[in-house]
Write a protein that binds this ligand. Structure first.
Ligand code: URA
Length: 238
C-alpha cells in the first residue's frame, strides 16, 4: 500500500505550509479514519485512509502521474520476471499500486513515458478519437524525400494492410535523416513500420512530447518525477 507522511500529504494537497500543518496536528484538528493524529510523521495509506481537518474531509490524491525519461534496454510493462521495466525505475516515494505505462515504447526507444494509476486518464489520452498527439524524433537509415513525407502525411497503409491515420512529418536534420513525427495512434512498432512502408528504416527513436507537454530536459535517462496539475492538463491539449 502506498504510504505518505501526513504532514507532507496535507501540505501538498492544501494551501497550508508544513509549519501550519504541524500546528493543526498539535491542536488536534486532524483526524484519520475518525482518530486524532498529532504526529506529522504518521504514515497515511493514501489509497484507503480518510483525513478530516476541522471536520471537513480532505480530497486525497489517489492518482499519480509521472513523467519518466526512458533509457534504452528497459521494457514498457508494469512487471516482468525476466527484464527491468519502466515501473522498476520509479523511486519508492513515487510508487503506487496499479502503476502502469500509459502507452508503450519499444525496448530500444527512449524518452517520455507517462506512468499513472489512473486508467480512465490513460484511456482518454491514448484513444485515437481524442486526437492527442505523441511526438517522436526518429533517426533514419536513408535521407527521406518530400514525396515519401507526403505519403506518410496522407495516412500510410502498412505492409500488412493496416491503414493509419494521417501523421505530421517534418525534417529537422540538415541531412534529411532526422525527422519529427506526430501521431495520435499507438499501433505496435508504428513509427518503425511507417518508415519501413516507404522503404526506409528507423535507427534511433525517441518520444519527446505527449500532447502539448514536452519531456523535461533536466530529467536524466532513467529518472522520473511527478507531474503538476498544469502539466497533466497540457497532455490533453492538442
Ligand atoms: N513507434 C515505434 O515504432 N516504436 C515505439 O516505441 C513507439 C512508436
Amino acid at each position: 500500500m502506498p504510504k505518505e507522511r501526513i504532514d507532507k500529504m496535507i501540505a501538498s494537497t492544501t494551501a497550508h505550509s508544513r509549519k501550519e500543518v504541524k500546528a493543526m496536528l498539535r491542536e488536534k484538528r486532524v483526524l484519520v479514519n475518525g482518530n486524532t493524529v498529532t504526529d506529522g510523521a504518521f504514515k497515511l495509506d493514501i489509497a484507503a485512509d480518510t483525513v478530516c481537518i476541522d471536520g471537513v474531509a480532505l480530497p486525497m490524491k489517489r492518482y499519480i502521474y509521472l513523467m519518466l525519461n526512458k533509457p534504452q534496454g528497459i521494457v514498457s510493462a508494469s512487471r516482468s520476471a525476466a527484464e527491468k521495466t519502466v515501473v522498476d525505475l520509479v523511486p519508492p516515494d513515487l510508487r503506487r499500486d496499479g502503476l502502469f505505462p500509459a502507452g508503450r515504447l519499444d525496448k530500444d526507444t527512449t524518452g517520455f513515458v507517462l506512468l499513472t494509476n489512473d486508467g480512465d486518464f490513460a484511456h482518454r489520452i491514448l484513444s485515437p478519437k481524442n486526437h492527442i498527439q505523441k511526438t517522436y524524433v526518429a533517426r533514419l537509415a536513408e535521407p527521406i524525400t518530400s514525396e515519401k513525407i507526403a505519403v506518410l502525411q496522407s495516412g500510410t497503409t502498412l505492409r500488412d494492410g493496416t491503414v493509419l491515420l494521417p501523421a505530421s512529418v517534418k525534417i529537422i536534420g540538415e541531412d534529411a535523416q532526422t525527422v519529427q513525427i506526430k501521431i495520435c495512434e499507438g499501433k505496435y512498432h508504428q513509427i518503425k513500420r511507417m518508415l519501413a512502408s516507404v522503404g526506409n528504416r528507423v535507427t534511433e527513436l525517441s518520444r519527446t512530447h505527449m500532447g502539448a507537454l514536452p519531456l523535461d530536459s533536466t530529467l536524466a535517462p532513467g529518472a522520473c518525477r511527478a507531474l503538476t496539475e498544469d502539466e497533466v492538463r497540457k497532455i490533453c491539449e492538442k
